[in-house]
Design a protein around this ligand. Structure first.
Ligand code: GH3
Ligand code: MG
Ligand code: MG
Ligand code: MG
Length: 311
């Protein structure tokens, strides 16, 4: 039982504890600071559970960020031994956008113009020295929360809500560029559940959803090395890089056989499912074109009686 007047405090403490637990997975680099500032920052960060790193050279800073994917924040001062801090910021920015890595630059109170220069070079935020502990930690936390928020939104925008697979938008965005850039062979399979409307009609829409989730899990399990998307209602797309036409066909054929041999258990029911697929192996640079060719093959598979792969 929490008295009403304490509920707000309790809420705050609960959030703080959660944050402190979460901080254990987040790396922060203290870079280019004078000795005493570096010590002070690192110990504050460690007290709040962050994984801390220190660097006095620009090169070491880049290497740390490259080698430690858990790093979310770099705090840059003006004491790099090998480079100007504005260059350190802009160099980091080349590989790490603002929504992936927060750069917080430290500038002296009496040189306030610096903060504008740092922001223009690509810093997310700045801190004037001398600073108080509370402000220091608030800035770090605020910047991390923003990055995590953007990450959550990006992941939502790229994935399909029901199955957790990538959605059509992500699939087209990510792979179109890849297909256009590289001239390597790839295989593309467009799959569609057969007579799925009947599944819904016989067992209900919720059971239909379970079948879709189950099918997505099977795809994920058997095509861990591929990019898989739910393309529409009961239609899926699989992109397999660097694979021969024979290999691709045998994998999709194995999947087809597996799906029709294993009915999906929903409550007490066992629902039989089958898939038809169109499969294409090509070097074509237009992904959209390839998809539409694979779609035509899928149509042929449906026309020929379903539960088959046409390549
Ligand atoms: P075909 O073998 O020709 O593909 O026949 P089909 O019945 O599978 O194809 P059709 O296009 O006639 O019907 C697709 C059905 O998929 C109709 C639609 O209600 C259902 N569907 C689409 N999205 C969802 C979903 O998210 N959940 C459920 N449960 N059903 C869905
Ligand atoms: Mg269908
Ligand atoms: Mg139909
Ligand atoms: Mg369909």
């Amino acid at each position: 039982y929490i008295p009403k007047e304490n509920a707000q405090t309790y809420d705050y403490l609960a959030r703080l504890l959660k944050r402190l637990e979460h901080n254990k997975q987040i790396g922060v680099v203290v870079a280019g600071q004078d000795r005493s500032t570096a010590i002070k920052m690192s110990s504050l960060l460690r007290r709040h559970n962050f994984i801390t790193h220190e660097a006095s050279k620009a090169e070491d800073t880049y290497k740390l960020v490259r080698d430690n994917p858990e790093i979310r924040v770099v705090i840059t001062g003006r004491h790099f031994s090998d480079e100007k801090s504005t260059s350190v910021i802009s160099n980091l920015r080349v590989d790490y956008p603002k929504e992936r890595l927060a750069i917080i630059s430290v500038s002296e109170q009496e040189a306030q113009l610096n903060s504008a220069r740092f922001i223009k070079s690509g810093a997310n935020d700045f801190l004037l020295t001398p600073f108080c502990h509370e402000e220091f930690l608030c800035r770090i936390t605020q910047n991390i929360e923003l990055i995590e928020h953007v990450e959550a939104l990006t992941s939502m925008a790229n994935s399909d809500f029901l199955t957790g697979l990538f959605n059509r938008r992500y699939f087209l965005n990510k792979l179109s560029a890849m297909a256009a850039r590289r001239s390597e062979r790839y295989s593309l399979a467009v799959l569609d559940l057969d007579n799925f409307k009947q599944v819904n009609d016989s067992y209900g829409h919720d059971a239909g959803d379970i079948v879709l989730v189950h099918t997505a899990a099977v795809l994920r399990q058997h095509f861990a090395d591929a990019v898989i998307a739910r393309f529409g209602g009961e239609e899926f797309c699989i992109f397999m890089p660097d694979i021969s036409a024979e290999q691709a066909l045998s994998r999709i054929e194995a999947l087809r056989a597996l799906v029709c041999q294993q009915p999906v258990k929903v409550g007490d029911e066992k629902i039989s499912v089958s898939i038809s697929a169109g499969l294409l192996t090509t070097k074509a640079s237009s992904l959209v074109n390839s998809i539409s060719r694979a779609d035509k093959l899928l149509y042929q598979a449906k026309h020929a009686g379903r539960n088959r792969v046409v390549s």
